[in-house]
Design a binder for this molecule. Structure first.
Ligand SMILES: NC(=O)c1ccc[n+]([C@@H]2O[C@H](COP(=O)([O-])OP(=O)(O)OC[C@H]3O[C@@H](n4cnc5c(N)ncnc54)[C@H](OP(=O)(O)O)[C@@H]3O)[C@@H](O)[C@H]2O)c1
Length: 290
């Protein structure tokens, strides 16, 4: 099997982490693309690109990730998150390539009080969550050669994310009000990128250990957005008070699950992957930022 890996949406948080990591795997050949080079919503462009480049694996990091904007931009959110994954899956099937697709904890409604397993029934409560779930479902109608990794609260030193935005806000204000009744697991995009490479090496490039399916991936442990902010300020040495508030005091267009912790037992045991605690990974990320 060749080891050519096509990464879509490579200018985003996860794509950038894969780009950084690829240098440590000279045995794997990566092709990094973003919307200007390969628009995954364009079926003809996808099929021409796939035919010309013949990757063994496609890692789809491209997504419409603006949860708020998606509420009023349903058509485009669906186009990127629901229809394009089907296009990619069909192109992969034509080329006998494997698809690693990234999805979200927002496919769940948050009514559980225990971590969500892959067996739990999704019930999204936002346009973003619905579009991502539809993407998962469409891939599964096309073929079986996929790994869908649902992750949560992604952050990194790249791009726009909660950690970077709250550091900027904290530096400019004496206090910030942050929601304290939504609980999840902040996940460092670098850890996820490392595990994607691990999965490629341990399963996809090793037919004896080939394990397609849906998996949950998040840093270990959980917290509220307010607790996450407190830890960010402590590690980044930002002198700003965190005032916890309830969701009803912070109205948003999109509803978010109050609890979206993911149970990662399956991904850890299937691929022999160790996943760091969110506090350790945050420390590492903030160290990189500084
Ligand atoms: N961010 C989170 O908190 C979070 C949480 C759970 C799951 N996830 C999932 O994790 C994955 C990676 O997220 P991320 O935070 O790395 O996303 P990101 O930083 O927003 O990056 C997504 C990339 O996809 C590109 N893109 C958008 N439309 C495209 C198209 N039609 N064709 C090709 N590329 C396109 C974007 O380009 P432009 O910037 O030019 O639009 C951007 O570079 C996504 O599947 C996301 O749904 C994210």
């Amino acid at each position: 099997m060749n080891s050519k890996i096509l990464v879509t949406g490579a200018n985003g948080q996860l794509g950038n982490e894969l780009r950084r990591l690829c240098k440590t795997f000279p045995g794997l050949e990566f092709i990094f693309t973003d919307v200007d080079m390969l628009d995954i919503t364009n079926p003809d462009a996808v099929s021409v690109f796939m035919e010309a480049s013949k990757p063994a694996i496609v890692v789809n990091c491209a997504a419409y990730t603006d949860v708020e904007k998606a509420e009023e931009d349903v058509k485009n959110a669906r186009k990127v998150n629901a229809l394009a994954p089907q296009v990619l899956a069909a192109a992969c099937a034509m080329q006998s390539a494997f698809l690693i697709h990234v999805s979200t904890d927002y496919v769940f409604d948050g009514t559980k009080t225990e971590p969500y397993t892959e067996e739990d029934t999704p019930n999204p409560i936002s346009v973003y969550g619905s579009s991502k779930l539809e993407g998962e479902e469409k891939i599964q109608t096309v073929f079986d050669d996929y790994v869908i990794l649902r992750t949560s609260w992604l952050y990194s030193e790249y791009g726009s994310n909660f950690m970077r935005n709250i550091i900027s806000k904290g530096k400019e204000n004496a206090f910030v009000e942050v929601v304290d009744d939504q609980v999840g697991s902040p996940t460092y995009a670098r850890d996820l990128a490392n595990s994607i490479i691990d999965i490629i090496i341990k399963s996809i490039l090793n037919p004896q250990a080939y394990l397609p399916g849906i998996y949950h991936y998040a840093n270990q442990g959980s917290c509220s957005w307010a607790e996450f902010t407190q830890e960010i300020f402590k590690l980044a040495k930002v002198d700003c008070e965190v005032r916890p508030i309830s969701t009803d005091k912070y109205p948003t267009k999109a509803k978010r699950p109050v609890f979206s912790v993911l149970d990662t037992t399956k991904v850890r045991s299937s691929f022999g992957i160790g996943i760091p605690n969110w506090r350790d990974s945050l420390k590492e990320c903030i160290g990189q930022l500084q």
